[in-house]
Write a protein that binds this ligand. Structure first.
Ligand code: IMP
Ligand code: MG
Length: 185
């Protein structure tokens, strides 16, 4: 019997395989390539969760584009997001007159992202759209938040892998998995 590794952890149930993810990212890349032809595009990744999605997505977009990153921390009231965000790392370059796609790992309540989009909107971008690898619509509080490019819609369960973590762990998994027993994660 081979001892379980991170990739074969019995507490994880694979939801989307590496192959399924790869196929979906190719589709998203083609869509973005068509939508932004002839425009100056900046992909803004929200650290840390978006790093894997960002790296794969940008290589499927056949345009002259720039990338930048932000890190924000959302203030929590217990385990619930309050919607107040603090900018921990800001963009390196201005986005005025640029076409921006904010790249996220997952949209859950949508509180953090709505606030972040307001902040970016005040900086005079030509347009701001949202690409989220995962959409977990059930806990959504900000119902008006529109995700322009979605990888997959997931059930209201805690998922990890492909950049998403549970207390800092599992970001390196090449697939998306549901944590069966979160208390044991
Ligand atoms: P919200 O949309 O403001 O509730 O916050 C979304 C953030 O919470 C995401 O960017 C993730 O960092 C984190 N998050 C929400 N659901 C999950 C999950 O199932 N797994 C891992 N992180 C999650
Ligand atoms: Mg995040």
């Amino acid at each position: 019997m081979i001892a379980p590794t991170e990739f074969t952890n019995p507490n994880l149930d694979v939801l989307y395989s590496e192959k399924q993810i790869r196929d979906r990212i190719i589709e998203l890349g083609e869509q973005i390539t068509a939508d932004y032809a002839g425009k100056e595009l900046v992909l803004v990744g929200v650290l840390k969760g978006s790093c894997v999605f960002m790296a794969d997505l940008m290589r499927e977009i056949d345009l002259n584009l720039a990338i930048d990153f932000m890190a924000v921390s959302s203030y929590k009231d217990g385990s619930k997001s309050t919607g107040d965000v603090e900018i921990l790392k800001d963009l390196t370059n201005p986005i005025r007159d640029k076409h921006v796609i904010v790249v996220e790992d997952i949209v859950d309540t949508g509180l953090t992202l709505s606030r972040l989009l307001e902040i970016l909107d005040s900086r005079g971008a030509a347009s701001i759209k949202l690409a989220s690898f995962l959409d977990k619509p059930e806990p959504r509080i900000k119902k008006e938040l529109k995700i322009d490019y979605t990888g997959f819609v997931v059930p209201n369960k805690f998922v990890v892998g492909y950049g998403l973590d549970a207390a800092g762990r599992y970001r390196n998994l090449p697939f998306i998995a549901v944590v069966k027993d979160p208390s044991a994660a």
